[in-house]
Design a protein. Structure first.
Length: 285
């Protein structure tokens, strides 16, 4: 095997294992990837039927093929009002998960899953999705990830120009314009920014070690007056070192507290370091 191909597979396997570490298997690991031949055949048949319905519909507010991924794993959803949905996730090891069933539109898009849903499983699909239109684009986002979707917009990751991303986007829409503003639920409107919020790290308040991880709690010199909200993500602007985004955990009028996760023994951010809701790095470069 060529060295580059071998390295790519090792990275893929490592990423797969790290993903599983965030999922509490509760003894389910023995059957997690044992999909019967009958289930696979049912998924393939359902997918073909759904695609036929999509072709017949021509134009529909949400029916279609949706996908996202990060180069190491990909997630695929095919959905139509009468034929239901078919979903699968895959990567370097093969098929990680799949599901299919009927669909019900009742404000949100409700997926009636044939296979049991495993909350926290990184390779499964949410049983509820919100349709978000943005110009000529169509996204499907779980209710629990709306803030993350808006964070991705504020960071400059959305609207994306390829299939790579973290949210279901209708196939082909990556080439369509995202004009105006996305129709996110009104309760999250304050999270969508017209321009980036910028500030500085005032101090490092607390450092906690958890196994191989280190959590740093930092005080920022920006707060509600600047538009900061709990769960917003801020990116530390340090050209000499990469930091994971800092997530806001508490906020008052003039400052806020954010938490970032690093590898054990990594140096914490220095006071005075610039932070912004806009990332200087592209998500999947």
């Amino acid at each position: 095997m060529p060295i580059l191909a071998k390295s790519a597979r090792q990275i893929c396997v490592a990423a797969f294992v790290l993903s599983l570490l965030t999922f509490d298997l509760r003894g389910q690991s023995s059957d997690m990837f044992k999909f019967s031949k009958e289930s696979r055949e049912a998924l393939e048949k359902r997918t073909l039927v759904i695609k036929e319905e999509i072709d017949e519909l021509k134009s529909h507010p949400w029916a279609g093929e949706y996908l996202y991924g990060n180069g190491l794993s990909s997630f695929h959803l095919t959905v139509a009002p009468e034929s239901g949905f078919a979903f699968y996730s895959q990567g370097c090891i093969g098929i990680y998960g799949f599901n299919f069933g009927s669909v019900r539109k009742n404000g949100t898009l409700e997926l009636l899953l044939k296979e049991p849903h495993r909350p926290g499983d990184p390779f499964s699909i949410s049983p509820e999705l919100i349709l978000i239109s943005w110009g000529d684009r169509h996204y499907l986002v779980p209710p629990s990830e709306i803030v993350e979707f808006v964070n991705a917009i504020n960071a400059g990751f959305e609207p994306r120009k390829s299939a790579s991303g973290r949210f279901f986007l209708k196939k082909g829409d990556e080439h369509r314009p995202a004009t105006g503003s996305p129709n996110i639920p009104t309760e999250y409107a304050d999270y969508l920014l017209e321009k980036p919020i910028e500030g500085k790290v005032s101090s490092v308040r607390e450092i906690r070690h958890e196994g191989e991880k280190m959590r740093s709690s930092v005080l920022l010199n920006i707060g509600k007056a600047q538009g900061v909200r709990v769960d917003m993500r801020f990116y530390l602007q340090d050209s000499s070192r990469f930091y994971a985004p800092a997530v806001i955990t508490a906020v008052n009028d003039s400052n806020s507290v954010a938490e970032l996760v690093q590898f054990k023994d990594s140096p914490p951010p220095n006071p005075g370091l610039l932070v912004s809701t806009l990332s200087y790095h592209k998500e999947f470069e």
